[in-house]
Design a protein around this ligand. Structure first.
Ligand SMILES: Cc1ncc(COP(=O)(O)O)c(C=O)c1O
Length: 510
């Protein structure tokens, strides 16, 4: 191989030190400004290209010659940023949170710069561990779980929760807890007779993560689906199922806000049916969305009963303006986490080392600083306002949908989601042609994605409330009131856009 020519000193990026502090600060300031201006760009996408074209533009070999950070930033700005999705655009109306809370963003930056490692408390994260503990206790309080007095916090097994990368990981830990509760020691001895580890979920509306979790933790696909009514468990069907599968069910999973319509299960009703059938079944509530209701006295009643569940998944990156990624699993009895703990004297042998209760994770970033900053800067009253504003926005959008004769709403508004469909002019809603309605909505959404101006979510959904045809699979669009920049004209604007595309479909031009 020919010798590699040395890199001139001027082209080298200096390591961070007192001498390069100002230069580094200037670069980081530039990066911050780039990021903030990106969030303020009006468009969701500045440029749309097919995936293969994005691949061909961006997948490169490792260059021989180093680039300065300035050069790399220029490359980022020119080639990557124009294709990035901007969730902060008030025209992004279809999914969860936009991650724009200023306190949370500040916490995220400081977590990067302080480089604490929560695997270990004493030498790796002397203060961060207790900030994480505090954030978890605040979440527990909101959900209605009791916390031991601070003086009685002696180990991580008194905290009652784990910060995770999101709902999928939290639900996976919940399934591990359920497994150990059903057959203590499975973690040590392995799985025998997988059928005894079955879980019960609501048919077609449960989130895939609990099903995937069963596979990831070696239990196989032990899933029993129960009929629903109005996007909630049909409690009679649940009762029947638990009777039929007596002794084989390790967990019942209920949704405090399903992934599509954000309908909240009758959590007390589910609890009563499950406890009456078998006291030992692990009750898990997925409150990725439902956490929002816990912020406000006016909304808390919707998740009443959640405090009696054995574990609860919450997802601050979905409902609190906290940037990706940040979820948590909370357990009613803090000591329950002992069942899935592991230990190594090498790095996580001390009482407060979170490494003991974080399956699949070793080195652990200070994710929770974002959450602590958000909650500290909002306080209880600010959280209540945030939740009520979002639900109020969703209700307003629902009214706007209802006022347009060519649009039909598929469910009552429990939280921030409003799922609706365009009905083509030639369809009679009293005897609806579901295929044609679905086709119109698929086409409208395809065009919306290609245009990149507005964003609504789109998915398959059973018509569980019988709005068009009970049980039919519909492909609606969804508005989500999770973007704090949404104003009335954005809501009317996106509806005008959908109706204009609908009219094009009616004329055979879409
Ligand atoms: C109800 C529910 N549970 C779990 C998840 C998974 O969460 P995450 O994407 O944070 O892993 C989602 C995601 O949309 C969800 O809607």
């Amino acid at each position: 191989m020919p010798p590699v020519p040395p890199v001139p000193q001027a082209d080298r990026t200096r390591p961070f030190s007192a001498e390069s502090r100002d230069e580094t600060a200037a670069l980081l300031t530039k990066a911050l400004q780039l990021g903030l201006d990106f969030k303020l760009q009006p468009e969701v996408f500045r440029e749309r290209v097919p995936s293969a074209e994005a691949r061909d533009r961006l997948v490169t070999e490792l260059p021989e010659r180093p680039a300065s950070v300035d050069e790399a930033l220029a490359e980022f700005t020119d080639t990557m940023l124009p294709l990035c999705k901007n969730e902060a655009s008030p025209q992004f109306l279809g999914f969860g949170d936009t991650g724009d809370d200023v306190g949370a963003l500040t916490g995220g930056v400081l977590a990067l710069l302080t480089q604490q490692n929560l695997i270990n408390q004493s030498f790796d994260s002397p203060s961060a561990t207790f900030v994480e503990t505090t954030a978890l206790r605040w979440l527990r309080e909101l959900i209605g779980f009791t916390n031991p007095p601070v003086g009685e916090l002696s180990t991580v097994f008194d905290v009652g929760g784990v910060i995770t990368h999101g709902g999928t990981m939290s639900n996976s830990l919940a399934m591990m807890l359920a497994r150990e509760h059903k057959v203590p020691g499975t973690m040590e001895h392995g799985v025998r007779d997988p059928g005894q580890y079955s879980i019960v979920v609501p048919r077609d509306i449960g989130h895939y993560s609990v099903k995937s979790a069963l596979k990831w933790i070696g239990l196989g696909y032990q899933v029993i689906e129960v009929d629903t009514d109005g996007f909630r468990y049909d409690l009679k069907a649940l009762e029947r199922t638990l009777r039929e599968h007596a002794g084989r069910v390790m967990s019942v999973v209920a949704y405090a806000g399903d992934s599509r319509t954000q309908t909240v299960d009758d959590l007390r009703g589910v609890r009563d049916v499950v406890r009456a059938a078998d006291e030992d079944i692990w009750l898990h509530a997925d409150a990725c969305w439902g956490l929002l209701c816990s912020f406000s006295d006016a909304l808390r009643g919707r998740i009443a009963g959640i405090e009696d569940y054995d574990s609860v998944t919450v997802d601050p990156h979905k409902v609190m303006g906290v940037p990706h990624s940040l979820g948590a699993i909370l357990v009613r009895d803090p000591a329950a986490l002992r069942a899935i703990s592991s230990h190594s004297g090498l790095i996580m042998g001390d009482d407060f080392d979170f490494g003991q209760v974080t399956p699949f994770v070793g080195t652990k970033a200070w994710l929770s600083l974002k959450l602590w900053m958000m909650m500290r800067t909002h306080g209880r009253s600010g959280l209540a306002r945030l939740a009520e504003d979002r639900v109020g926005t969703a209700r307003r959008f629902a009214d706007l949908v209802d006022a347009r004769s060519r649009l039909i709403r598929l469910h009552p508004v429990d939280m921030m989601a409003v799922t609706f469909m365009y009905v083509p002019a030639d369809v009679d809603v009293t005897a609806p042609d579901i295929e044609r309605i679905n086709e119109a909505n698929l086409r409208i959404h395809e065009r919306m994605l290609a245009d990149g101006i507005w964003h609504l979510h789109h998915f398959g959904l059973p018509d569980d409330a019988g709005v068009l045809k009970y049980g039919a699979t519909l492909y609606p669009m969804r508005f989500m009131a999770a973007n704090p920049r949404i104003e009335e004209h954005h809501m009317t604007g996106v509806l005008d856009y959908v109706l204009a595309l609908g009219a094009q479909f009616d004329e055979g031009q879409l």
